[in-house]
Design a protein around this ligand. Structure first.
Ligand SMILES: Cc1ncc(COP(=O)(O)O)c(C=O)c1O
Length: 495
């Protein structure tokens, strides 16, 4: 939406006023209107230049420019049509008018060709300063003050005593399995509805994943399915060595119910909190409940270090072992001595500088994403058949991504059709994660459904769509998404 008032000038305007108006607006075009506010013509700085070179002066009225039919289209014209008019006429802006011919908006090429992204990085004011510090102090290394300060700050926000910053969240999960000595022949339970990174590290260590279904409300690991799987495996004498619980899209899993079960069976929990930094459960940060937790600072997450992750825990021995494994497993000796298979997984001091600055704005980012979620609920929940992922009792999610579900009994449109129509309007959306049991990579792997005769995660995948949720998104951009979703659903995908 353009601030159209700044572009509008009456017919009795001189060229001096046109030039000063053009200086103030980003789309370089003025709209000359008649006494009733109807568009007469448009003026660009090229028009003014031609008039001056033709002998007119700055006090000349715009009428010296002569008449020219402005390019207008009714407000509400589709983005595709507007773009084709821009191309056909080789112009950069179209005046959008109401039924009386009064300008209400400007459709300019830059805005029309810009895609509203799903979850782009949102950098604050201090990140560049911390990165500069690394250069100033020549700590361009996988160690240094930014890294130490970032790990300290991470301990504070995650409610944990120890943290090790790493190259990725995936590396964090890999190390969590390694420090528990999980390997060949072991079983590891993991949420079925998640990103593949929750599961790949189980394969890295040669263990066998078992996929646990979602519960319908929170979309996170179903306590009912977990209980059944644990009972069966206890009877079979093959209890898992760990359970990886994912906090999907920033909403916490039902940790009380899940931990009650894992404690009863003596199985440690690794929280995959890659998406839930800044969320809360039971008055403690998300990631402060299991034995160890992992965060991701990938570019699309609520805060980012461009790429990165961390492992946190209250157990110093576990975090220290992870730190050692992340730095090629060098033993405490004067020479280079190594006793363990290990990795180069440590975050650099430069990237930790970005992380330091990003942690300072984490609570703002959570507040912004929660407000975005609330506006989506206000704008879309009145459409019959549109639903949202719920928060479990006692939790406050970070609403990393707002995900809508479309009830197929009420809405004929497949989420992919909605996704494609939104893309044509410059709005990026993504399907929900495809359940792990449906992935070709994992086709032979055991899956425990929510109810013995009912799986939940495939239905969530087939009916859901992640909406743009970036914390820097403006209210008017979000209103544009709500309007587009409403239009497309109302027209059954024909608009
Ligand atoms: C649920 C989940 N687990 C793990 C990861 C892996 O994190 P990273 O990309 O930092 O390796 C991600 C994100 O990418 C994720 O969404």
């Amino acid at each position: 939406m353009t601030q159209i008032d700044h572009h509008i000038l009456p017919a009795a305007t001189n060229l001096r006023r046109v030039l000063s108006a053009l200086e103030r607006v980003s789309t370089k075009i003025c709209l000359i209107v008649d006494a009733d506010g109807r568009i007469l013509r448009t003026v660009t700085d090229g028009d003014v230049r031609r008039a001056l070179l033709g002998g007119h002066n700055l006090d000349s009225l715009v009428s010296v420019l002569g008449e020219r039919q402005p390019v207008t289209r009714p407000h509400g014209t589709s983005r595709t049509e507007l773009l084709s008019v821009l191309d056909e006429r080789a112009i950069d802006a179209i005046v959008l008018v109401d039924s009386e011919g009064k300008p209400v908006d400007l459709a300019d090429r830059t805005t029309l060709t810009k895609t509203l992204l799903l979850s782009p990085p949102h950098i604050g004011k201090t990140e560049a300063g911390y990165v500069q510090l690394a250069f100033d102090e020549n700590w361009v290394a996988p160690a240094g003050p930014n890294l130490n300060a970032f790990e300290d700050a991470l301990c504070r926000v995650s409610g944990r005593q120890h943290a090790v910053a790493l190259v990725s969240g995936t590396a964090g999960l890999h190390l969590a399995l390694r420090v528990l000595d999980i390997g060949e022949g072991d079983r590891v339970y993991v949420s079925d509805l998640t990103f593949a990174a929750s599961v790949q590290p189980i394969l890295y260590v040669g263990a066998e994943p078992v996929f646990i279904d979602s519960e319908p409300e929170s979309w996170n690991m179903s306590p009912a399915a977990l209980e059944r799987a644990l009972e069966q495996d206890k009877r079979a004498g093959r209890l898992p060595k760990a359970v990886i619980v994912v906090h999907l899209y920033g909403q916490s899993a039902n940790m009380n119910a899940l931990l009650k079960l894992t404690e009863a069976y003596g199985v440690p929990v690794i929280e995959d909190a890659a998406e839930s930094l800044g969320a809360n459960y039971g008055n403690r940060p998300s990631g402060a409940h299991g034995l160890m937790s992992v965060y991701s600072f990938n570019g699309n997450k609520i805060i980012t270090t461009s790429g990165g992750g961390a492992l946190v825990s209250d157990r110093p021995d576990l975090v220290e072992r992870a730190r050692k494994l992340a730095t090629q497993g060098r033993d405490n000796a004067e020479h280079y001595q190594h006793s363990d298979l290990s990795y180069n997984y440590r975050m650099s001091n430069v990237l930790a500088g970005i992380g330091r600055g990003q942690l300072e704005v984490l609570s703002d980012r959570v507040a912004a994403r929660r407000a975005i979620f609330e506006r989506y609920v206000d704008g879309l929940s009145k459409i019959p058949g549109v639903g949202f992922q719920m928060e479990v009792e006692g939790s406050i999610g970070n609403r990393w991504l707002t995900v809508i579900s479309l009830d197929p009994d009420e809405i004929a449109l497949h989420p992919y059709q909605l996704m494609r129509s939104l893309k044509a309007r410059g709005i990026e959306t993504r399907p929900a994660w495809k359940p792990m049991q449906m992935q070709p990579l994992f086709s032979d792997i055991q899956f425990e459904p929510h109810m013995p005769d009912r799986a939940v995660s495939p239905g969530l995948f087939l009916t859901s769509l992640c909406l743009p949720s970036g914390s820097a998104m403006s209210v008017s951009e979000q209103e544009g998404v709500i309007e587009a979703v409403t239009d497309i659903l109302a027209s059954g995908g024909q608009s």
